[in-house]
Each structure stands twice: as C-alpha cells, then as structure tokens.
Design a protein around this ligand. Structure first.
Ligand code: FAD
Length: 370
C-alpha cells in the first residue's frame, strides 16, 4: 500500500457499470477507493445500452450472470429488478435456420426453456410482429432503464465512502514492474492498486505502446421511441454471433427492448464511431420489417455507444503479468450490464487478496503480458 496514509488504497479508472460496482464492493469491504471518470458516470455504453438483463450464450459466463442477478436483487438505491423475466423472442424469416439455432440453445442452456412457436403462437405472443416471421422464446430478459444499474452502484459506493471524481481523466503509473497510482491533470495520485475498468478504452490505458490490444470497440446505435402498443417480450433477430465474432463484417441486427412505455430499437455493429443521426433512419427501416408500427413512430432520441469487445468474446478479469498491483475488469461486449456486478465482485476479491474464483478462460492474463 502507498506510503501516503491519505492516499486511496485503490484507484479505479472508468465510471461505467463495472467501475461503479467495483467501487461499491471495495469500499464496503473497507478499502479507501477513488474512482476516476473522464466524462460523467455512465457516459459510455453503461448509460446508453438497450437495458436488458439477459443470460449470456456462453457457459463460461453463466455463473457470473447468476452472481450479477444476486447483486441486482439487493442493489436498491433507485434500482428495481423486475420480478419475472419478460422473455426474449428470437425472430427471423428463415424458419429452418431458427429451429436449428433453437435446438442448439436447448442443448446448451436447457434452463432457458427454448420453446419453438408455430405461426399462430407467434401471432398470439406478439401481435405487433409482421406476418410470416418464425420465432422461439427464451425464459430470460429483465428490462431496466439503461443507466439505472450504474447509478445504483455509484450511490452505493458513495454511501460506503468511495470518492467518485467526474470530469477527471486518469492513466495508470507503472514503474519497475509495479503500479504506483494514476496520473491526472492535477499530477500523480498514489494508490496501492489500480483497476482499469475503462470499457473499450482499456487496452490503450494498460499499454500505450499499442502492442497489447485484446479489447476493441464495436459501436452500436440505438433509437429510443414510444410505441402505442409495444411488444411484451424483448425481441431479437437471430444471428448475432456472426456480427460479434472478431472477423465479423460491420452490420445491423434488429432488437427491440421495451420497459413500460419506452422502447430501445437496435442496433448496429461497427469498429468506427458512427453518426447516430445518419444511422437512425436505416435502423427504423430495418426494424419496421419486423414490427411494421415502427415506421410511423415518433423517435425520442438516437444514441451511439461502444461495446468493449474482447478477441474471444469474454471479459478480462483480474491481475496482469509483469504489472504488480494493476488489474483489469473490462471486455464484456454485448452483455456488460448483465454481467458487470458479478465480474466486479470477482475482481474486488482479487484486489483484496482473497481467493477469487476467476475461471482461467476469463483471466486477464490469458492474453499475455502488456
Ligand atoms: C447499443 C448497445 C446496446 C447494449 N445493450 C445491452 C443490454 O441490453 N444488456 C447488456 O447486458 N449489455 C448491453 N450492452 C453492453 C453494455 O452496455 C456494455 O458491455 C457495458 O456497458 C460496458 O460497461 P463498462 O463499465 O465495461 O464500460 P463503459 O460503460 O464503456 O465505461 C467505461 C468508462 O470509462 C471512462 N474512461 C475511459 N477512459 C478513461 C480515462 N482515461 N480516465 C477516466 N475515465 C475513462 C469512459 O468515459 C466510460 O464512462 C449494449 C451495448 C451497446 C453498444
């Protein structure tokens, strides 16, 4: 720990869902915590996502999701977890391809009860859907306001004594193979440990030389709108896996997540930061093929944000080789709201020197030394 008794024990870089949950857990466990956010809390994807807490399609992440759900049940501070999942309807035009995807999900995740729906059942489940679509239903998906989880954890962190500094850019300071703190415009701020939870910007903070690049942005645009008769389920076009693979070409897939009267229509996937105003009309055009009523709906806002995509689609959690005291908690791709608190708990335990149950396939060290 730092020689300066007033220095924070732990510095966290990034005020998204992961950084704010980390700040809460560490402060509640007695660490002196200072979190640095260059913009405002939840300025990135953690405040602009589609707002769906859903089971990830990856066995290595199932326990992290279950742990996150446990934390969401007790979060409070303005956050409310819906009692029951709304259900996710995976939709598409190719019934055979959808049925083979459903069977694969059923074999891997029977707990999601993947249920094939015949055309009559699709119509009964969601009258808003266009004719001729095939669909299957998954028992998951709790819609929440996009920034509410991050704000709830930020409140909890403050209540436990953490300092959350907005408008403050920070970079880790490493010398002689050990982290000494962070550098801000105000100078060097000593810390015994530094956690980089900076979403898609994590790689360049850990390794400014650019050689270590396991996390890159996949930008998405979402439109927020109000439908007169919104769907009850969360709707998702099948086939997201191809767009999320590191070799995937930029593209778009329809999704629609409704909470009360507000619906988030998604989304695009691109390595470059898009102009939301230019992308919005194409998003609505594509969406209206699935839900015709989208065509004439008033759009409240269109927003862009970046998914922190890792090279293998899994988060990077825990300490880094050759950088004593430097930890990473990032790379959650399209599932960061669903997984963030569970990941933060694991990394908090590692920072506190407790046995942390980080699976080898999620360890930050799997991509080697920065
Ligand atoms: C269109 C879209 C829809 C999505 N929908 C869902 C969904 O429905 N459900 C779900 O589970 N997930 C969803 N996601 C994914 C989810 O939003 C992300 O995985 C998650 O928000 C990432 O959280 P984070 O804390 O790692 O990063 P971020 O939210 O990106 O936070 C990182 C923070 O670090 C700050 N920062 C960066 N550099 C510095 C620095 N040098 N100093 C200080 N601060 C810095 C940034 O300003 C930012 O606020 C969606 C993503 C997109 C793009």
């Amino acid at each position: 720990m730092s020689a300066n008794p007033r220095a924070p024990d732990v510095a966290i870089i990034g005020g998204g869902i992961v950084g704010c949950a980390l700040a809460a857990f560490l402060a509640e466990d007695g660490a002196a915590v200072r979190l640095y956010e260059r913009d405002v809390l939840a300025a990135g994807a953690s405040g602009r996502n589609s707002g769906l807490l859903q089971h990830p399609m990856d066995e290595a992440l199932t326990e992290v999701f279950a742990e996150s759900e446990r934390h969401y049940r007790e979060l409070g501070h303005g956050f409310e977890l819906p009692d029951e999942p709304a259900g996710v309807l995976v939709v598409g035009e190719d019934a055979a391809a959808l049925e083979s995807a459903r069977a694969a999900v059923a074999a891997r995740f029977p707990e999601l009860c993947p249920e094939a729906l015949d055309p009559g059942a699709v119509r009964a489940a969601e009258p808003a859907l266009a004719d001729g679509l095939a669909a299957y239903r998954l028992e998951t998906g709790r819609p929440v306001p996009p920034a509410s989880a991050t704000r709830g954890f930020a409140e909890r962190a403050r209540a436990a004594g953490a300092e959350l500094l907005e408008g403050t850019t920070a970079t880790p300071v490493v010398a002689g193979g050990r982290v000494g703190g962070v550098r801000t415009a105000a100078g060097e701020q000593p810390a015994g440990a530094v956690v980089v939870a900076a979403g898609p910007w994590t790689s360049s903070l850990v390794d400014p030389t650019g050689r270590w690049r396991p996390i890159a942005p996949a930008w998405g645009v979402n439109a927020e709108l109000q439908l007169a008769r919104p769907p009850r389920h969360a709707l998702e076009e099948g086939g997201v896996e191809a767009l999320l693979s590191p070799d995937g070409a930029p593209g778009a897939l329809f999704s629609l997540v409704t909470r009360e009267t507000s619906s988030a229509l998604g989304s695009t996937f691109s390595p470059e930061q898009p102009d939301p105003a230019a992308v919005g009309p194409a998003l609505i055009e594509r969406g209206s093929r699935f839900v015709p009523a989208l065509a004439g709906t008033h759009v409240v806002s269109v927003r862009a944000c970046a998914r922190p995509m890792s090279r293998d689609g899994r988060p990077l959690l825990g300490p880094l080789p050759t950088r004593e005291g430097l930890f990473v908690a990032a790379g959650h791709g399209p599932w960061g709201i669903s997984l963030g608190p569970g990941s933060a708990r694991l990394v908090a335990d590692a920072v506190l020197g407790r046995p942390a149950a980080i699976l080898p396939e999620l360890a930050a060290a799997r991509f080697g030394a920065p």
